[in-house]
Ligand binder design. Structure first.
Ligand code: FDA
Length: 389
């Protein structure tokens, strides 16, 4: 038996839920399908369980895309303040953590419950644990629980990051089947891995964190960095990973805001008998200071020439590294690349050449920085398509 709807949305994640409640509020008969047994699973694990649901500094330059202007229209149509109003309507307490990042005081579960309540209020038919077998023109969606038809089809299945949570390349397969192009997908917001001497130096430092400025190409992020047993992670590294390409170097300033050469030369004059590692330990976490000083044979400050101290300072201010790779989709918070924006309307996210087909959220070649930007894109693109589908 085939059941008819006005809109079928595949993917009950952040973008799909927002699209469903928006289309439902317009009186559309909406079917929301997902192969997972629960809706909004990535929302539940986001922001350490508190969901960093938006960022007050949302603007187009916080997003990566082959067309950096594409996201503007949707972001302007549904702003962080619109989402805050929704959160407040549901009595969900929230706070700003840092850098404009807004989190729930309580739990990410509240955000999922809010979206599900909005969908229920407007009669969205949500069907979980449905495996999609095929999608045909028109649109006809064949599942392991029967077939459904609708004149509008919204692809909201995200990207392939964190496959163990049910993430898939479904949207890419269907979109390309309808003639849309892909910007090659790649893991983003992902820890970087290292090899050889670099890894040998990093591994014993696993767990050490400090504030740095991480750079690759023109991208620079002043945030925290964490040593891991495979290399480097923490917000600064996750941010630059989205810009990093294989074979490209990165640079880390381990002493941001400190004129390291001046400080080291002054400390030599004041305390010539102090060990280099003692002085570095006053500027850096102890374990990192020791590892760094070990390269200089445990010398005392007085035994080091000013020129050598200036070189040590330079090394700390611009530590140049060549990542071996990244931890891949298994650990990537998002997928960069995706359905190419040139085939989509920036106002409605509808495919220009396939009336009634929409692609929203992470499946599109729009990727936000760390800090609530990816959810804001999911809400804004879902809202835009919900108004047009
Ligand atoms: P999303 O992945 O949310 O939803 C896709 C849905 O489609 C899922 O329900 C999935 O089951 C379903 N699906 C997939 N394939 C299917 C198929 N073949 N058939 C049927 N259904 C299918 N962002 C942010 O702004 N702030 C934050 O705090 C965090 N934190 C965070 C933590 C972690 C650990 C991760 C992995 C990611 C984040 N993110 C984040 C990123 C954010 O979760 C992500 O960008 C959005 O969830 C994307 O929303 P979408 O709706 O596009 O995809």
């Amino acid at each position: 038996m085939t059941t008819g709807f006005d809109v079928i949305i595949v993917g009950a994640g952040a973008a799909g839920l927002m699209c469903a409640m928006t289309a439902g509020a317009r009186g559309r008969r909406v079917l929301l399908l997902d192969h997972a047994e629960a809706a909004g699973k990535k929302i539940l694990i986001s922001g350490g369980g508190r969901c960093n649901f938006t960022n007050l500094d949302t603007k187009a330059d916080r997003f990566l895309s082959d067309n950096p202007h594409f996201c503007r229209a949707a972001l302007a149509g549904y702003t962080p303040h619109d989402f805050i109003a929704l959160v407040e309507k549901h009595g969900i307490a929230w706070h700003e953590k840092t850098l404009g990042q807004l989190f729930c005081d309580g739990s990410a579960r509240q955000i999922v419950a809010m979206l599900l309540a909005e969908c229920a209020a407007v009669g969205v038919d949500i069907r979980l644990s449905h495996r999609i077998m095929s999608v045909d023109q028109g649109f006809r969606v064949e599942t392991d629980h029967g077939a459904f038809t609708a004149p509008s089809l919204v692809l909201a299945t995200g990207g392939p990051s964190i496959p163990k949570m049910g993430a898939s390349g479904f949207a890419y397969d269907i979109a390309t089947g309808f003639g849309l192009k892909l910007v090659p997908p790649r893991p983003a917001l992902v820890p970087l891995t290292f090899a050889g001497d670099d890894l040998a130096m990093m591994q014993p430092l696993s767990g050490v964190a400090l504030d740095v400025i991480a750079r690759t190409g023109k991208a620079a992020f002043p945030e925290a960095m964490l040593f891991t047993h495979r290399g480097l992670s923490g917000p600064a590294i996750l941010q630059i990973s989205s810009y990093w390409r294989a074979g490209q170097g990165i640079t880390i300033n381990l002493l941001p805001g400190i004129d390291a050469a001046r400080v080291l030369i002054a400390r030599k004059a004041e305390r010539p008998n102090a060990a280099l590692r003692t002085i570095l330990g006053e500027l850096l976490p102890q374990r990192l200071a020791q590892a760094w000083a070990a390269r200089f044979d445990e010398l005392t400050m007085g035994a080091l020439r000013d020129r050598t101290l200036a070189e040590i300072a330079d090394g700390l201010k611009s530590w140049s590294l060549m990542p071996a790779g990244s931890e891949g989709y298994a650990k990537a918070e998002v997928t960069a690349g995706g359905v190419a924006t040139d085939g989509l309307s920036q106002r409605t996210l509808e495919a220009k050449a396939v009336p009634g087909l929409f692609v929203i959220g992470e499946a599109v070649d729009v990727t936000g920085w760390l800090g609530g930007y990816n959810f804001q894109w999911a809400w804004a693109s879902g809202y835009a398509a919900g108004h047009a589908s």
